[in-house]
Design a protein around this ligand. Structure first.
Ligand code: NAD
Length: 378
């Protein structure tokens, strides 16, 4: 039995409010406008004028506009929330939605810190509502094909991602302390977990900012993760490397005892292993990137099937980010379990919401809390 509330009406399009109408918000608005499974009933943004002009630009009408979710949650009859605000606003907006009785699909990262993410996992339990991270770079048929082919590589020993781009975003990313690690690397780290069906044990990372960088914070990093079973995952990334840029997903190499797979992040993978090449291109049929996460979110609300980005299971992807940042700051190897224990103590110490505090306290430890995913939400 599902422990998150399912949709009462499973036949009609789901009435959703989107919060956040910035750059990515506009991409989501287009998806929601084109979708037959959801019906956009509201758009909230601190900048109400920005919300209005986004709707006008996209030719959308009959959508309630407000500065906050609470102002329109009841009047619109909303059934779910899509949170596309800046990372710093993810925790308060998710809490607002969950305790208004609304499930949330939230852009990555689910929270700016591991401690706040643990608070959100406890809030999801306390409210009985699904909270899912849109970890959109999991949703590609060619990535699913790569995963299917890994069996032909024997025992997997090493995985590497080279990610090298030169985007000029402006806005919050150019002012963050460590934009590459904090805003981008989670996609690759999460895909590594997806491919390996394994979790990280420790990380050593160095980050830096090349002299020509247009970011204030570190825009390049190299991180070496140890995973369960001794697998090493190495990430070499840069957001200020013009020329021969990789795809947004980076270039991947998976190396095992019986062969190697290569993926450029866009095309079908190339596999040199035992029995390789026999798999057809896998098509999960749910659509790519955010269309895929939206489809999985709606399916979860209709069926109770726990989605892959459910908050408890997504937290270890965020732990990889926080561990990498911590290692770069301290120049020491960071053990993920120790990082989680520290984040849990902080979460318990600062939690203000009584129901969330009770849940967190009841876990006893971060490890026990995250393991609850399987008991509580399946
Ligand atoms: N999945 C991807 O590939 C991908 C790509 C880009 C961005 N993102 C993520 O999407 C999110 C938004 O990024 P963006 O580039 O659109 O940022 P942005 O700065 O362009 O827009 C964010 C919007 O949120 C609004 N906002 C901030 N706090 C709010 C609050 N408390 N209540 C209501 N509105 C609030 C701001 O006014 C702004 O309009 C981030 O988490 C980012 O990491 C994901």
């Amino acid at each position: 039995m599902s422990a998150f509330a399912l949709l009462v009406n499973s036949a009609t399009p789901v009435r959703v409010i989107q919060v956040g109408a910035g750059g990515m918000g506009r991409v989501w608005l287009q998806l929601l406008a084109d979708s037959s499974t959801v019906h956009l009933v509201g758009l909230a943004d601190l900048d109400v004028e920005a919300a209005r002009s986004a709707l006008v630009e996209m030719g959308l009408s009959d959508v309630a506009v407000a500065a906050s979710l609470s102002e329109i949650a009841v009047s619109t009859g909303a059934e779910a929330v899509i949170n596309v605000t800046v990372p710093a606003a993810h925790h308060p907006v998710n809490i607002e939605a969950l305790f208004a009785g609304l499930p949330v699909l939230c852009e990555k990262p689910i929270a700016p810190t591991l401690s706040r993410a643990l608070s959100l996992a406890a809030a999801s339990e306390a409210s009985g509502q699904l909270l899912m991270t849109s970890q959109s770079r999991r949703y590609y048929p060619v990535l699913a094909e790569l995963k299917q082919q890994l069996g032909s590589l024997g025992t997997i020993g090493m995985v590497t991602t080279e990610y090298s781009m030169a985007p000029r975003f402006g806005g919050f990313r150019e002012e963050m302390d460590s934009p590459l690690l904090l805003d981008m690397s989670i996609h690759a780290f999460d895909v590594a977990r997806y491919l390996l069906d394994a979790d990280p044990v420790s990380v050593y990372c160095e980050s830096f900012n090349p002299g020509w960088s247009w970011y204030q914070g570190d825009s390049a990093a190299t991180a070496i993760f140890e995973f369960e079973n001794g697998i090493r995952y190495t990430y070499v990334g840069s957001w200020c490397s013009p020329g021969f840029e990789t795809s947004w997903n980076g270039s991947w190499r998976v190396s095992g005892s019986a062969g190697t797979a290569l993926w450029d992040g866009e095309s079908r993978p190339r596999v040199d292993g035992v029995g390789a090449g026999s798999t057809e291109s896998a098509d999960a049929g749910v659509g790519e990137t955010i269309a895929g996460s939206l489809a999985e979110f709606i399916a979860a609300l209709r069926t109770g099937q726990v989605p892959s980005g459910e908050v408890h299971s997504n937290i270890l992807s965020l732990a990889m980010v926080e561990g990498a940042v911590r290692s770069a700051e301290t120049r020491h190897r960071v053990v993920i379990d120790a990082l989680l224990a520290e984040a849990y103590a902080e979460a318990v110490r600062v939690e203000q919401h009584p129901d969330v505090a009770a849940r967190l306290h009841g876990w006893g430890s971060a490890a026990a809390g995250l393991a609850r995913e399987h008991q509580v939400l399946s």
